[in-house]
Design a protein around this ligand. Structure first.
Ligand code: SF4
Length: 689
């Protein structure tokens, strides 16, 4: 490890530590273990272990591309940057500043996310900015803020999980999405703790559980209400905790008591004895945790669903004390930090609100601008994409691939195609970059330094291990060059540490306060947990032990009601489709589909059907079948498994074209978080022509 650069995986929110050793050949580094990093202790999944393959020049972009006569052709950096500056400035001149949009990504470092938000507000003066992290954990963020006054994925380190008495994992499959995390679930069981997994599929994670509940997609809210009903009916509430540390219990209790367990059984499909057993395990343990992931969150009622699970924690006294509480397993590499530093439509750095005059004044002072010059909150991610070609006519997109990852993806590809001008900055020629007028090839994880904030709120340091190929520049250099061309050259440094120093000042005093965090500290301490307001502050691995981050220090119950999915099955579309990930691919697959080893393991899409459903449809293993929804049609091989409910089908969403699961997903939005309903829509399955 001595000659290896200590850094982190480019993919998911666990941000596993890894080492990179120089290597000969087209792939310039070899990934090695970094056993001293506490989160993964050397373990990596196949995605992380093979990540270096995308560094090879043959796997990625090495020259800017500019569209000429309908074709993307290699161009010089000045030509490409001039064209982007002209496209953005011309659109603003013709249609106004809000006609220029910016779309970021949850994989960008904190420094890039910060600089991108500043670029949008200060250089472009547009309110039209959001990012793909909105599609990831925005419902958990909204539910967390509603209850606790602050949103941090986990309010405790992952190492606390094995010390809980019982963990309920709702709608997450870390055995495939972040395998090194599974050791914490195994340790939980070795310590005598209980694991309950809630998932419509009997996933590899569900196989580990003491109890697996398999509700119909879109009914987790009813399940949580049913459990709370039983907790109250059985007299298992923690009245002392409720009285001393919460508000809003009577309304929440009344709402739960209206959800009779028999009704919950009918709505969810979970047998009543299993519901009772879940309550018995959870309430019988000394402490309990509820961890949610995309299953309950990616719904048009995702925020209320998260609130329902938080209510269960609060009613049983499982919050604000060690080895207990609610947490969200964030998804993208910097899904957490990406939403703290200003690329979200309604936020400024430090998790400040853009419509808060004091927040605007603080950040404007750091940026050296008049607070009144800052635009107000803009549209959420899907609404921004939906407005393309209409109110928004030019778009700068960084590190995102919505043609594959956005809901109702065919529609979104059309909207992108209707723009007057599209510029994409990315490592590879993604399906979205293929539609662009200009594509900029940028550096990736091993070629640049920057910070990421993992699912625990631990700020970690990604270190540069190798020079990028000739022709490739960093996103920070891109923003600086564009700012110069657009007449605002000052305030856009290209050194990541310089950007971070400014980010510290901009975040000071905010909910996500990084003021006391520095590169040397992160390096010395294996990461620092925010909030960390002063250089001599130890950081905050565990939140809420003394008080919650609400004005009165109490956690807030929210009374919520179950409601059906926005699109329920009917005669024409009698099945529920739910979507997710597989072990060997990551998100839209833009990077992982370029890695041979991963493609061999997971070469393409499929649709999972229960054998009973398959027999009724006359489908055999491997048959190519069409999945049809109100929004599109896909054709994939059928995969038969008894691990899924007979009324539900599953598709992974990593592949483009006729196999793209997001052709079907429903853009019905949560009223609070503006999260689309990825996890439940109505489809039929039929023979492919
Ligand atoms: Fe990378 Fe996540 Fe795999 Fe760790 S679990 S190696 S962070 S993809």
């Amino acid at each position: 490890m001595s000659d290896a650069t200590e850094t982190h995986c480019p993919y998911c929110a666990l941000q596993c530590g890894m080492g990179l050793r120089p290597a000969d050949g087209p792939v310039p580094v070899t990934v090695v273990e970094r056993p001293a990093f506490p989160v993964n202790q050397g373990a990596l999944c196949g995605k992380g272990a093979s990540a270096a393959a995308v560094l090879a020049p043959g796997a990625r972009l090495t020259s800017p591309l500019v569209r000429v006569d309908g074709e993307l052709r290699p161009a010089s950096w000045p030509q490409a940057l001039d064209r982007i500056a002209a496209g953005l400035a011309g659109t603003a001149e013709r249609y106004g500043r809000d006609a220029v949009g910016v779309f970021g990504g949850g994989g960008l470092t904190n420094e890039k996310a910060y600089a991108l938000g500043k670029f949008a507000r200060v250089v472009l003066g547009t309110s039209a900015i959001d990012y793909n992290g909105r599609f990831c954990m925005s419902s958990a963020a909204a539910g967390g803020i509603r209850a606790f006054g602050v949103d941090r994925g986990l309010p405790f380190p992952v190492a606390d999980i094995p010390r809980a008495g019982c963990v309920i994992l709702v709608g997450g499959n870390p055995a495939e999405t972040m395998p090194p995390f599974v050791r914490y679930l195994r340790e939980l069981k070795e310590n005598g703790g209980r694991l309950i997994v809630v998932d419509p599929r009997r996933t590899r994670t569900a196989e580990l559980a003491d109890l697996h509940l398999a509700p119909r997609p879109g009914t987790d809210l009813a399940l949580a209400l049913g459990m709370l009903h039983l907790v109250v009916a059985d007299g298992r509430t923690d009245e002392e905790f409720i009285a001393q540390r919460t508000t809003g219990w009577p309304e929440t209790r009344d709402a739960a008591m209206a959800h009779w367990p028999e009704h919950v059984e009918a709505v969810t499909g979970v047998p009543l004895p299993q519901l009772r057993e879940a309550v018995r395990l959870f309430c019988g343990a000394p402490t309990g945790m509820v961890l949610t992931a995309r299953g309950p969150e990616q719904q048009a009622k995702g925020t209320d669903t998260v609130s329902a699970w938080i209510n269960l924690c609060l009613a049983t006294g499982n919050a604000g004390r060690p080895y207990a509480g609610y947490g969200c397993l964030t998804g993208q590499g910097n899904g957490q930090g990406g939403r703290e530093h200003g690329q979200k439509a309604d936020q400024l750095p430090g998790y400040r609100k853009l419509d808060d005059p004091a927040a605007r004044a603080h950040v404007a002072a750091v940026w050296g601008v008049d607070p009144d010059s800052l635009p107000g909150p803009g549209r959420s991610a899907y609404e921004l994409l939906e407005s393309l070609g209409g109110e928004v006519r030019a778009l700068l997109l960084m590190g995102s691939n919505p043609v594959v990852s956005a809901p109702s993806s065919t529609r979104i590809a059309e909207r992108l195609g209707s723009l007057d001008f599209l510029a994409v900055s990315d490592v590879v020629l993604s399906e979205t970059a293929e539609l662009a007028d200009v594509v900029l090839p940028v550096t990736q994880w091993a070629e640049e330094t920057g910070t990421m904030t993992n699912l625990e709120g631990r700020v970690v340091l990604r270190r540069k291990a190798v020079d990028p190929p000739e022709g490739v520049r960093s996103d920070l250099e891109v923003l600086r060059a564009l700012a110069e061309r657009l007449g605002r050259p000052e305030g856009f440094p290209t050194e990541p540490e310089e950007v971070f120093e400014e980010l510290r000042r901009a975040s000071a005093g905010g909910a996500a306060d990084y003021a006391g965090i520095s590169y040397p500290r992160i390096a010395a301490e294996d990461g620092v947990f925010w909030p960390c307001p002063e250089p001599d502050h130890p950081g905050t691995p565990r939140l809420f032990l003394d008080r919650f981050a609400t004005p009165d220090g109490r956690a807030r119950f929210t009374a919520v009601q179950h409601r059906p999915a926005a699109e329920e099955p009917d005669t024409d579309y009698p099945l529920r489709l739910t979507t997710g990930r597989v072990l060997a691919q990551y998100q839209s697959g833009a990077q992982t589909r370029r890695v041979e080893a991963l493609n061999q393991a997971a070469p393409g899409a499929f649709v999972e059907l229960h054998p009973v459903l398959a027999e009724r449809l006359g489908v055999r293993e491997g048959d190519r079948v069409a999945v049809v929804s109100r929004r599109g049609r896909t054709v994939t091989p059928a995969r038969l498994t008894a691990a899924i409910r007979p009324d539900t089908v599953f598709m992974p969403f990593h592949w483009p074209g006729e196999a793209n699961a997001n052709r079907h997903t429903n853009p019905a939005l949560d009223p609070v978080s503006r999260m689309p309903e990825f996890k439940a829509c109505a489809v039929r399955v039929e023979a492919a022509d």
